[in-house]
Write a protein that binds this ligand. Structure first.
Ligand code: COI
Length: 366
């Protein structure tokens, strides 16, 4: 792929703020972004340009019918001073899964990879080197065709922006969150777009999220449309831990987003000779059995897995009837802590990662 670069002069570039405090999630921007346009059946004009406004016609179809998809991935700086993308091929593949689901064009995985490596190389000074922080990578695509007919658009823009970021939930890993379990709102239904990272899934979760906040909860743990089984949390997959330390993740049906972190847990559980023993499985989980398990103490820990959220322990759940159930003693449990320690240390390169999980950012030179 031929990528042209229009870079800001050094004197006009901003730098990563120097701070000892955790970085906020999603607020900071680097100096440049990657753009590429789709028209006449192909991708054109791959370019790295200064981060700034994008021109869009008022009739651009993304603004009306929501053809927008995105990804979330992370790059970390290792002790050798080099930057590595963590399992980024998984994100590229998932972007294309979302594209197919929303009748949008795919971006070849090798082009997504090259664009990201080139951009991160240019922005390498923005990769934070502090606990619970990383360079968050946000690739996204949106329909740009100026048309009001409801149909797949014929023109799109693919963009990659970067954001040095800290933990998604303020307080980070050590702060167990509180989830609302409700039958009032649903995230996705079978046959819909639940397995995709599309804007619409997140837009339709906002009302539920606001409701959860009103109830003093951090997020919603969604149920399936028949209110029988656990699905996922608005920003991450869900897990619970059984007494013997097994992580149990709701089965990836056709309305749950397949988190790269959840897949990593399940894959690691099949591997030998790891520094810690990991037991994990994925299965359909009935909500009544889950609530009973928390109450009886058979479920000793719970939380969420996601790229932004990493591992976010859950301390308690608020139920529809207003009762609250506490997981264990409500604090971060030992299995979640042990796995978080292992996984986050692997992400920064201090624990060996399985073959292919770390992708080093080459030094292309500007
Ligand atoms: C991620 O985990 O990267 C996500 O995209 C979740 C996001 C909605 C913050």
């Amino acid at each position: 792929m031929n990528i042209t670069c229009e870079l800001l002069e050094q004197s006009k570039r901003c730098a990563l703020p120097k701070t000892d405090k955790p970085l906020p999630f999603g607020q900071l921007r680097t100096n440049h972004m990657f753009l590429m346009d789709y028209r006449d059946g192909g991708w054109h004009d791959a370019r790295i340009v200064p981060y700034g406004p994008i021109e869009l016609m008022p009739g651009a179809m993304c603004l009306h019918y929501g053809q927008t998809i995105f990804e979330g991935a992370k790059a970390f700086i290792h002790d050798d001073g080099e930057i590595y993308l963590f399992r980024y091929d998984k994100n590229c593949e998932r972007l294309n899964h979302s594209a197919r689901n929303l009748c949008m064009p795919e971006v070849p995985v090798e082009d997504q990879m090259e664009a990201t490596l080139r951009l991160v190389d240019i922005e390498r000074d923005w990769c934070p080197n502090m606990p619970e922080s990383s360079l968050y990578i946000r690739p996204f695509m949106f329909a740009t065709q100026d048309s009001l007919g409801v149909k797949p658009a014929s023109a799109y823009t693919f963009c990659i922006m970067l954001s040095p970021a800290g933990p998604y939930y303020a307080g980070g890993f050590s702060n167990a969150i509180r989830l609302l379990i409700t039958t009032k709102y649903h995230r996705a239904v079978s046959g819909g777009t639940g397995t995709s990272k599309c804007g619409g899934n997140y837009a339709s979760s906002l009302q539920a999220q606001e409701y959860a906040k009103k109830m003093n909860c951090d997020q919603v743990l969604y149920l399936d449309a028949t209110n029988q089984t656990l699905e996922e949390v608005g920003t991450m997959n869900h897990y619970h831990v059984e007494k013997d330390g097994t992580f149990v993740i709701p089965a990836f049906n056709d309305s749950i987003l397949k988190s790269v972190t959840s897949q990593s847990v399940l894959e690691l559980a099949t591997m030998k000779d790891l520094p810690i023993s990991i037991k994990a499985r994925s299965e359909t989980i009935r909500v009544d059995e889950f609530v009973e398990g928390v109450k009886s103490g058979d479920i000793i820990e719970a939380g969420g897995f996601g790229t932004a959220a990493v591992i976010s322990p859950v301390g308690s759940y608020l139920l529809e009837d207003g009762t609250e159930i506490t997981v264990g003693d409500g604090a971060v449990g030992k299995y979640s802590r042990q796995f978080y320690g292992y996984y986050s240390t692997m992400q920064i390169g201090r624990n060996p990662a399985p073959e292919g999980w770390q992708i080093q950012v080459p030094r292309y030179g500007e």
